[in-house]
Write a protein that binds this ligand. Structure first.
Ligand code: COA
Length: 176
């Protein structure tokens, strides 16, 4: 088994090169059929605009952006939405878990999840929430890592090429 020692890290500021690389990862995931908010084809301009908004939130401390690299550069990312209503200061949403197809099935998704959970703890968060395509690869990953399945919503979103998919909600109690 070829299992690289991934070293995910948090980016507080995203430069143009990092935004470009993150756009590549997002475009690759949408091309690969991942239901991650965007329809196919996702233009570079829209992908870059998405990451520029994320960069603003990261700079404002509203989001934590984690990234990981392989020998070719940035190939995986995940976010924590830290900014929450005032009655949920202990909670964060986990979002936009994306691994480039070239880097999949080598433990990067799991490494990003563990790093996100560690970052959440550092930020004083004790409860994480996410949703994922019902029965998909990501859902399998979250269940393997001990996330608690709450329930399914059928017909929640579209796949990038069309066709409805359900979503499943999960939570993770970091307080214990
Ligand atoms: C879901 C996703 C993030 C998983 O990323 P990943 O880096 O492939 O995740 P991992 O490598 O940790 O685990 C994936 C599989 O590879 C297996 N694996 C991990 N290391 C391995 C190795 N060294 N050799 C062989 N298999 C390995 C895992 O056991 C797991 O198997 P399973 O799917 O049969 O349960 C990735 O598929 C992705 O980006 N998908 C598109 C975007 C998306 O859907 N994001 C989720 C939004 S909620």
């Amino acid at each position: 088994m070829n299992t690289p020692a991934w070293s995910p890290r948090r980016l507080d500021a995203l430069d143009d090169a990092q935004i470009d690389a993150l756009a590549d990862v997002l475009i690759d995931c949408v091309e690969g059929g991942a239901s991650v908010s965007f329809m196919h084809p996702l233009s570079r301009g829209r992908a870059v605009a998405f990451w520029r908004r994320v960069a603003q939130d990261a700079a404002a401390g509203e989001r934590a952006v984690l990234v990981a690299e392989d020998a070719r550069g940035l190939c995986g990312t995940v976010q924590l939405v830290l900014g929450q209503p005032e009655n949920q200061p202990h909670r964060a949403d986990l979002a936009k878990m994306l691994v480039h197809r070239r880097a999949r099935r080598r433990g990067l998704g799991a490494a990003l999840m563990r790093a996100a959970e560690a970052t959440a703890r550092e930020c004083g968060k004790t409860l994480l929430v996410l949703d994922a395509v019902t029965g998909g690869e990501a859902a399998r990953l979250y269940e393997r890592l001990g996330w608690v399945r709450v329930g399914d919503i059928p017909g929640y979103a579209l796949y990038p090429q069309g066709g409805l998919c359900g979503t499943t909600y999960y939570y993770r109690d970091l307080g214990g």
